[in-house]
Design a protein around this ligand. Structure first.
Ligand SMILES: *Cc1c(COP(=O)(O)O)cnc(C)c1O
Length: 372
């Protein structure tokens, strides 16, 4: 059986006619940069998320950088985030000359633990960046409460959680700024790199728009130093076709996750779960398992795709060595890094795939449950 971690081609085939037509409209228009589809998509995404402003940019990584630049974050500043995330979250903090200050994760949700944030706040703290890891919304109410108490803006890294909701609100609409990635494998993916920043604050939206376009409002007049970070018209046109399908895509992922949970019942693994008022949209289906590396080797032998998101927490990455992180600093993140494994998760998974994958998991734990 041919299994894939993600199936972007299968998803494309189902809407090929509409996508191809949208692409050709852009090709015929010649408006490859800042064509009308970009503005249309920005309005549609703002409407979908329930925010006032949305600004397209080149990637989720740039979205984070643009948000921090608009908030004036730079050398000497500190930004609080989780050590258990994709590198982009902290890389952008470091690139701006600011310091990532990590706070350990909640071992159940694997998102930043709100109870630990207060202790990490200093006079230099300029933002808090919770990450909605794997599509599971971070616990935003207590995060916003700490942020408000200290008057610190919250930037939501929603790269993995487009469409997820927390207590009736879409993620991205809760903090001062929400950052989205349209990387092909994300829940709403385009066919290359793309991203967006969203906010209710008109001033911030304006700054972010200017920063994303070389610091310029009127062409060849530059107010601030900015970036070349626009969302391509082609990608916007593709995303406009896909956005109306996002609810059904996320439902397909949630169904696959629920079925995984049933099929894995009884195994010594911890399946992901979310409280009833939090809608997890399963960018990844990530388990915590005993004997993780042996399981990964077994799945590899069986031809079953899997991945480790993420094997090394950011405080222990070489790129952040200057921050002086050492083993034991963030025990919950380090333990998660040693125990997590993600199984195939995408919109085209069917019962046969799920039976095959979970059958291999059963085989592994049946053979080895007592012996290793
Ligand atoms: C994918 C991702 C990003 C970066 O998005 P790109 O579009 O790939 O630049 C940032 N943060 C997290 C948590 C991600 O998963």
């Amino acid at each position: 059986m041919k299994l894939q971690m993600v199936d972007v081609v299968g998803q494309y085939r189902n809407i090929k006619g509409d996508i191809d037509a949208a692409i050709h409209t852009v090709l015929d228009s010649g408006m490859f940069i800042q064509g009308k589809e970009v503005g249309e998509l920005e309005c549609e995404i703002a409407g979908y998320l329930g925010v006032k402003h949305a600004v397209g940019c080149s990637s989720g990584t740039d979205a984070l950088q643009i948000a921090m630049m608009a908030l004036g974050i730079g050398p000497g500043d500190e930004v609080i985030t989780t050590p258990f995330t994709f590198v982009a979250t902290a890389e952008t903090i470091g690139i701006l000359g600011a310091k990532p200050v990590y706070v350990d994760i909640d071992p159940v949700t694997m998102n930043i633990d709100p109870a630990l944030i207060g202790n990490a706040v200093t006079a230099h703290t300029k933002a808090i960046i919770p990450v909605h890891l794997y599509g599971h919304p971070a616990d935003m109410d207590p995060i916003m409460a700490v942020a408000r108490a200290h008057r610190i803006p919250v930037i939501e890294d929603a790269a993995q959680a487009m469409g997820a909701s927390y207590r009736g609100r879409k993620v991205c609409s809760i903090g001062a700024v929400g950052c989205i990635s349209f990387f092909p494998s994300k829940n709403l993916g385009c066919f290359g790199d793309g991203g967006m920043v969203v906010t209710d604050d008109a001033g911030l939206a304006d700054s972010m728009r200017v920063i994303a376009a070389h610091g310029s409002r009127v062409r060849y007049y530059h107010e601030v130093l900015g970036l070349n970070s626009r969302l391509d018209t082609l990608q916007a046109a593709i995303l406009r076709v896909k956005l109306p399908h996002l609810p059904e895509y996320n439902t397909a992922r949630r169904k696959a996750a629920a079925r995984y949970g049933e099929l894995l019942r009884g195994l010594p693994v911890t399946v992901p779960s979310a409280p009833p008022d939090v809608e997890h949209i399963f960018h990844q289906y990530t388990l915590r398992v005993p004997r993780r590396d042996a399981l990964a080797a077994f799945l590899k032998e069986k031809g079953i795709p899997h991945a480790i998101y993420y094997p090394v927490p950011l405080h222990l990455q070489k790129a952040f060595a200057m921050s002086g992180g050492k083993p034991g600093d963030f025990p919950a993140a380090e333990q998660a890094a040693a125990e997590v494994i993600s199984l195939p998760m995408h919109t085209e998974l069917n019962e046969e795939h799920l039976l095959h994958i979970t059958g291999a998991m059963r085989e592994f734990y049946a053979d080895r449950s007592s012996s290793r």
